[in-house]
Design a protein around this ligand. Structure first.
Ligand code: PBG
Length: 330
């Protein structure tokens, strides 16, 4: 008997493919991380992240406007202060770089959603994410750092942050920040916790961008070992218990299994952060002509959403939003 094999997958035109598509993206799920630097009239390219810049507060509006024009309405601020000290006081100063940026962005761009990275590493002279213990030397003092992180989060909320995102990885910081925010009346400011943050070489270009490489040692005592996944689930669940509203997995590309796993065990939204090293690899490969930049951007973004993330942080946010508008992705 003559057998004709029917195709297993739906065959048809682009309209049919789009009709049955399982993963769709929307610009409202994108967050753009932006670096704000002390000073004026600054827009300087970050050497390890071509196409990304450090902006002074008076010039950040250029980027915020082009993001808005493309359809990206959420940004995450990283600060690059003038001065650093042992206790990272620039992080929670009334007139700190992020506080100034927030006040201005709130005034000039009331339609934007402003998120802040809450961490000490850009503000400490030693570059660690917390303050150092008196003894043993060269370890971070978890509990004393909590107070400063809470202070930082409150000062961000006061300056206009809509959401805070602690990335320091100290234990108990979500609870400490939640309590401090509530006490000051910021009950509606959510916490997006970098709960599942791996000690990763993919952060290399960011540390150049923000000048936050640790002066000695590394972050392995507080960031996660990338051999582990159950530990990540534990971290995520503990943070939800402490009051995290959104759980972030970071980096993105090599950690999408964690997005899927954490989505299965929690009911809070999950964010995936495509970090500086992922950006740098795509840019470098594209500049060398080895890969097609747009196609790779689309494929990596879609794979994060396919893994289950609800929110995607990426330095390519503006590009992705444009591709969505032009119907080339999503
Ligand atoms: C601060 C922080 C880092 C990143 C986000 N927040 C650096 C680090 O932990 O070393 C990395 C972001 C990126 O690489 O794009 N703790």
């Amino acid at each position: 008997m003559d057998m004709t094999i029917r195709p297993r997958r739906l065959r048809g035109n682009e309209l049919l493919r789009k009709m049955v598509r399982e993963t769709r993206v929307d610009a409202s799920s994108l967050i753009y991380p932006i670096f704000i630097k002390e000073g004026s009239d600054i827009k300087e390219e970050i050497p390890t992240m071509p196409g990304q810049y450090r902006y002074s507060v008076d010039r950040m509006g250029e980027k915020l406007q082009s993001l808005l024009d493309a359809g990206v309405k959420s940004v995450m601020f990283f600060g690059i202060p003038d001065q650093k000290d042992e206790v990272g006081s620039g992080a929670y100063a009334e007139n700190g770089i992020i506080q100034k940026a927030l006040r201005q962005a709130k005034r000039d761009f009331p339609g934007m959603y402003l998120i802040t990275d809450v961490c000490m590493c850009e503000y400490t002279s030693h570059g660690h994410c917390g303050i150092l213990a008196k003894s043993p030397q060269e370890t971070v003092d978890n509990d004393r750092t909590l107070e400063l992180l809470a202070k930082t989060a409150v000062s961000h909320a006061r300056a206009g942050a809509d959401m805070v995102a602690p990335s320091d990885m100290m234990d108990g910081r979500v609870a400490a920040i939640r309590a401090a925010l509530d006490e000051e009346g910021f009950l509606n400011v959510p916490i997006m916790s970098y709960a599942v943050k791996y000690a990763s070489a993919f952060y290399g270009p960011f540390r150049d961008a923000a000048g936050s490489a640790p002066a000695f040692g590394d972050r392995r005592s507080y960031q996660m070992d990338y051999h582990n996944s159950r530990e990540g689930i534990k971290e995520a669940l503990l943070d939800v218990e402490e009051g995290a509203d959104i759980i972030m997995v970071k980096p993105a590309m090599s950690y999408l299994d964690m997005v899927t796993k954490i989505k299965e065990v929690t009911d809070v939204p999950i964010a995936s952060y495509s970090v500086s090293g992922e950006y740098a690899m795509i840019k470098a490969g594209a500049q060398l002509g080895y890969i097609d930049e747009e196609k790779i951007i689309c494929e990596t973004a879609i794979s994060a959403f396919r893994a289950g993330c609800d929110i995607y942080l990426t330095y390519f946010a503006e590009e992705i939003a444009k591709y969505i508008r032009e119907g080339r992705i999503g």
